[in-house]
Design a protein around this ligand. Structure first.
Ligand SMILES: [Zn+2]
Ligand SMILES: [Zn+2]
Length: 258
């Protein structure tokens, strides 16, 4: 069994709780330590039991609470070298650092973990493909464009957590300064609803059961727009009882079991 629970998702903080029959870990911890602890409590998980925090990249909305959680609860932090160098000041001292190599699969706590490269404006950013031998899911939440590598690594999964960051018209007409708009829509920025829908359409398979739409901008998107856009292009998936959920900034869940 693998259970996935989004603890928070969006431009103000990201964290996902991943459990198998024996262990729990976090992917990113981009809220304050206190907020993460509160949200873990809502999920019924004692932070002392976390076996690891995996780090996708060095942006603050992914790393804010990692240092304090690692020190306080003695949690090892799995991170690649370039991300560590970029994040070191924010992280502070860690209980333990484990360095992974982007592209190299490693096994830990009953999970097989494949960190893969994504195009994003940060040092060596990664998504993850994770399995326990039977169930498989993938996560890619900060990427400007779907590369062939991303598409390959997100194919053949039972669940996918994919960014659906912005509605292009809301971004164009919204309050962000021009430079930030350019950054978001660049090849190293974030996927729009349409880009996410296109990528999903290309990775959908009989094995795929659940799509979690993530990292939605609170300024430039709405759950309704993102879901509608993706639903329209995944009709066959929905006809076969596939599920689409939105992970949100304000609350945890839903928990998806594979
Ligand atoms: Zn980012
Ligand atoms: Zn982010």
């Amino acid at each position: 069994m693998i259970a996935i629970t989004p603890l928070a998702s969006g431009s103000s903080g990201n964290s996902y709780l991943i459990r198998n029959n024996e262990s729990s870990l976090l992917i990113d911890a981009g809220l304050s330590g206190k907020q993460i602890i509160e949200r873990l409590d809502c999920a019924g998980v004692d932070p002392c039991c976390l076996k690891a925090i995996l780090v996708s990249h060095a942006h603050m909305d992914h790393i804010k609470g990692i240092g304090v959680l690692s020190r306080k609860f003695k949690i090892p932090v799995f991170i690649n070298e370039k991300t560590f160098v970029a994040a070191e000041k924010t992280l502070g001292k860690l209980y333990r650092r484990e360095t992974f190599k982007t592209g190299k699969i490693f096994e830990y706590a009953g999970f097989k973990i494949h960190p893969f490269s994504v195009p994003h404006d940060c040092a060596d950013p990664v998504g993850f493909r994770i399995s326990n031998g039977t169930a498989r899911f993938g996560i890619a939440t900060d990427l400007g464009v779907a590369t062939g590598l991303v598409r390959n690594l997100l194919t053949g999964l039972n669940a996918v957590i994919l960014e659906s960051n912005h509605d292009p018209l809301m971004l164009r007409d919204g309050p962000y300064p021009w430079e930030l708009k350019q950054r978001v829509r660049s090849r190293l920025g974030h996927l729009s609803n349409d880009q996410s829908a296109q990528l999903l359409q290309s990775i959908v398979s009989d094995e795929l059961r659940v799509v979690i739409l993530a990292h939605m901008s609170e300024t430039n998107n709405t759950e309704e727009l993102a879901e509608r856009c993706v639903r329209e292009s995944l009709q066959a998936f929905l006809d076969q009882n596939g599920s689409i959920f939105c992970a949100t900034q304000s609350q945890i869940g839903p928990t998806v079991e594979l």
